[in-house]
Ligand binder design. Structure first.
Ligand SMILES: *Cc1c(COP(=O)(O)O)cnc(C)c1O
Length: 322
């Protein structure tokens, strides 16, 4: 799980100080110790007394098995960040409306800036997303009547509020025998994201160039780490044009008709890459020949990224922790 930036949290705490409402600046009032760091030497460890049986790695279902321990760090506007604590995994009651995988735990009801929050890290061993190494392509439902994110909103942050409201469209996609929503935006039906994944189109563009394209980070796109990794890899390979650019449903339709589309895939931490085979749009199914084309590029990216993740390949992205 991505770690929220401690510096930002500290800045938030300081901002509260500037508003004149916090004890830690003045050193007055609070009896609790203020830590404001995530140093290993501050770590409190409370081991679980009973350990669970280790699961069979061959039958792991994504996101259902958890480790015996979790990490929590509490924050309050009064005391800032407290000491990090590794303790037995426990149930949490959370307020996901004010969340950024970084939860508000205010014991009150009301819409306001939280005065208390909890950072927690839970770990879950997973098997490969696509078992037996073969891709299962997804079909997408594209309907401009729902938008996932908008300019000036929070679509570019992993905020809980973005996800609850997307479930309705997801249900409608499933009612239409599609697995995921292809999120569109604007009058020209720009293609933005797939479900909770970023989106890539590998095609011959309108100028006849071989191109890997993904929408730009203009405020409505979640800046996924997998997205950035794919862009960085593709730039490094230098074999085709790599662009952050707008793509519309018209661009896609024309390219499909002219046989210029090679692959379309989503990207995210869970699956790494997820090939797209069909899009249901305005009552018609547009077939995307991702699987017929290998998918050569999607497979190459999956292999490369998992080799780096499993340490089978050297990379300057890998940091050894001793
Ligand atoms: C999490 C997420 C992604 C993918 O981000 P990664 O960091 O690659 O896992 C893309 N879009 C949305 C809306 C997401 O929530």
């Amino acid at each position: 799980m991505a770690s929220p930036p401690p510096a930002a949290a500290a800045a938030l705490a300081r901002q509260d100080c500037n508003n004149g409402c916090s004890a830690e600046c003045t050193g007055e009032g609070g009896s609790k110790e203020v830590v404001e760091t995530f140093k290993a030497e501050d770590l409190i460890i409370t081991p679980a007394t009973v350990l669970k049986e280790k699961p069979d790695p061959n039958t792991l279902v994504f996101g259902t098995v958890f480790t015996d321990h979790m990490l929590t760090v509490e924050w309050s506007s009064e005391f800032g960040w407290e000491k990090p604590h590794i303790k037995p995994l426990q149930n949490l009651s959370l307020h996901p409306g004010s969340s950024a995988f970084h939860y508000a735990v205010e014991p009150s009801l009301g819409v306001k800036k939280p005065t208390k929050a909890l950072l927690f890290v839970i770990l879950s061993p997973v098997g490969p997303y696509f078992s037996s190494g073969s891709f299962n392509p997804v079909s997408l439902w594209a309907n401009p009547k729902y938008v996932r994110a908008w300019k000036g909103g929070t679509g570019d942050c992993k905020m809980g509020g973005n996800y609850g409201s997307s479930l309705f469209a997801q249900c409608e996609a499933m009612d239409n025998a599609c697995q995921q929503v292809l999120w569109l935006y604007g009058e020209d039906n720009q293609i933005t994201e797939v479900g909770t994944m970023n989106l890539f189109l590998y095609w011959i563009n309108e100028d006849g160039e071989e191109e890997l394209a993904t929408p730009p980070l203009d405020g409505i796109i979640l800046p996924g780490v997998t997205r950035q990794s794919i862009l960085d890899l593709a730039h490094k390979w230098g074999e085709f044009k790599v662009s952050e650019r707008y793509l519309t449903m018209d661009d896609l339709n024309t390219a499909v008709e002219e046989n210029r589309v090679r692959e379309m895939f989503g990207s995210g931490t869970a699956c790494v890459v997820c090939p797209v085979s069909n899009i249901l749009y305005k009552g018609e199914t547009i077939h995307i020949p991702t699987m017929e084309n290998g998918p050569k590029l999607a497979s190459r990216i999956l292999d490369k990224l998992t080799d780096i993740q499993y340490g089978r390949e050297e990379s300057d992205w890998t940091i050894t922790v001793s």
